[in-house]
Design a protein. Structure first.
Length: 284
């Protein structure tokens, strides 16, 4: 069997995810007959049917479901390889710096740019669930990350730590205190995390499903759905009248590090790491 055609594989995934040829064709910006021909060619290449087509619509066959499971990581790897090749081609001209919410990168960028005026520095925010992947697939070259981070394949340089704060609804009974402990909060209300709540209370309010960003967390806090913990720099950035922030005395600090892919040495990263060290805020 010949090697899989990645273009046809992308067409297949588009149809498989929508189970609709017309919508997939619109998304891919090609004519529906051309898309149908490409899918037929892929089925002929693989010597199997991938879809059941009848008057009721389109469904995946068992083989089609298996191919969809395999195709997604394959296409993601191909996209990542393309980004890394592009990164290598412009390695001495640009540097892409990732950062998490609340982390200030301006001082390090200025310090680095003063010594490397010919290099264009781009900045890009990353979230908790893709800070490692963004480095490994080449979307960013170096990133300020908040620990813990899945460090397989990453080189980490510790930079500084900062206190964590509790975010409460402005009218919460604990909001009048000066400081809090995590035990006080746990007794009073639900703690919102950047994940799915695995153990909702029977008969209680519907649990928050998936929280990905600080903005989403604070919307739930302001609505009285729970409280959350944030690094102090994030609370400085997100000041709002309906959310109150208090120090939590017994929480470990939030640790900030600089990370890059360990298997792809890049000369500009060493220079930026030194700039990040020189401009790191003092330990709180």
């Amino acid at each position: 069997m010949a090697d899989l055609d990645l273009r046809r594989l992308r067409y297949f995934v588009a149809v498989a995810e929508r189970l609709h040829f017309s919508r997939a064709a619109e998304e891919l910006l090609i004519a529906q007959p051309a898309l149908s021909r490409q899918i037929r060619a892929l089925e002929k290449e693989l010597r199997t049917e991938l879809f059941v087509r009848d008057s009721h619509g389109v469904e995946l066959t068992d083989t089609g479901r298996q191919l969809l499971d395999d195709a997604r990581p394959l296409l993601a790897a191909a996209d990542a390889a393309r980004r890394r090749v592009d990164r290598a081609a412009r390695s001495d001209r640009t540097l892409v710096v990732g950062f998490r919410t609340g982390i200030r990168v301006t001082d390090a960028v200025r310090d680095f740019t003063a010594a490397h005026p010919a290099v264009t520095v781009e900045v890009r925010r990353v979230e908790w669930d893709d800070q490692a992947e963004a480095l490994l697939d080449g979307r960013v070259d170096v990133a300020y990350v908040r620990l813990p981070v899945l460090a397989d394949g990453l080189a980490l340089t510790p930079l500084y730590s900062e206190p964590r704060m509790a975010a409460l609804p402005a009218g919460h009974p604990l909001a009048a205190k000066d400081v809090l402990t995590s035990a006080e909060l746990a007794r009073q209300t639900e703690i919102l995390h950047l994940c799915v709540n695995p153990d909702p209370n029977p008969g209680g309010p519907r649990p928050v499903s998936a929280i990905r960003t600080v903005e989403e967390k604070l919307e739930y806090v302001a609505a009285g759905r729970g409280v959350c913990y944030l690094p102090r720099s994030a609370t400085d950035l997100y000041r709002r009248a309906d959310v109150h922030y208090l120090p939590v005395t017994d929480l470990p600090p939030d640790e900030v590090a600089l990370a890059h892919a360990a298997d792809r040495p890049f000369p500009l990263i060493d220079a930026f790491r030194e700039a990040a060290r020189r401009t790191a805020p003092p330990e709180a």
